[in-house]
Design a protein. Structure first.
Length: 239
């Protein structure tokens, strides 16, 4: 009699265990365990590498003339890269970049305003303007004729670098993924969108419809190589 009770208890334990395991399998089939932390690491790496490969530090300072300055002038450009000059309305003006024995000058031939913003970056392309610089005043030092604003750095992205990265993505995704040091089972992609959600740049490889995708969207300032800029959204994805 005792042996029958023990056997019955063993059967109940086994049945309970089977029911419990079946319940766990059912729950996991409805709510699968995902590698959220692993995916987040892949997303962090992808975002960092996209930013590192497309960043463009733009140096910016202002020049304010007094009312007596009535002819073209030049100022020193001690910053890295090619200078682009804009007037107080944000429009382009006629200017010349000159680099003579390491001394970089920016000649500005504009008599319509008093306030000028000078942007400088290695990613800018000189427009190749030309005019006679002999009559230009030397306003390379702060004084009565000119006032300089403090130089600051704009942390932006380069549109041309984004386009190059987009091309590399489709040309050889495997090589780019390796250079990014992505986790073994993680993939990535990115998009650039305007404020209305219109996609301007897209680098997203095909993937399964039901795969879990993590994404992060960040507002960024993007400069073109002519010095113009726009604020857009950078969307980086990992799956």
């Amino acid at each position: 009699m005792i042996k029958m009770k023990k056997a019955s208890m063993h059967i109940e334990i086994i049945l309970s265990f089977i029911i419990f395991v079946s319940f766990l399998i059912f729950i996991l089939s409805i709510f699968p365990i995902t590698m959220t932390e692993k995916s987040k690491i892949g997303l962090d790496i992808a975002e960092r590498m996209v930013l590192n490969n497309t960043k463009s530090d733009v140096f910016y300072f202002t020049v304010v003339l007094n009312e007596t300055q009535k002819k073209c002038f030049w100022v020193n450009n001690s910053n890295v890269g090619t200078a682009i000059v804009k007037n107080e309305a944000g429009g382009s003006v006629i200017f010349i970049n000159e680099n003579n024995a390491g001394e970089k000058k920016v000649f500005i031939n504009d008599l319509t305003g008093r306030f000028y913003g000078i942007y400088s970056s290695p990613d800018f392309v000189d427009p190749g303007n030309s005019f006679n610089t002999n009559p230009c005043s030397d306003l390379s030092k702060k004084g009565e004729a000119v006032d300089y604003g403090t130089t600051r750095i704009i942390n932006a992205l380069s549109y041309e670098k984004l386009m190059n990265l987009n091309a590399s993505y489709y040309l050889d995704y495997a090589a780019l993924r390796t250079s990014f040091s992505m986790p073994k089972k993680d993939n990535f992609g990115f998009m650039v969108k305007d404020s209305r959600g219109n996609v301007m740049i897209r680098a997203i490889k095909s993937r399964a419809d039901k795969i879990e995708v993590m994404a992060r969207e960040t507002p960024v300032q993007i400069f073109y190589n002519n010095g113009s800029s726009v604020f857009l959204m950078l969307n980086v994805q990992s799956w």
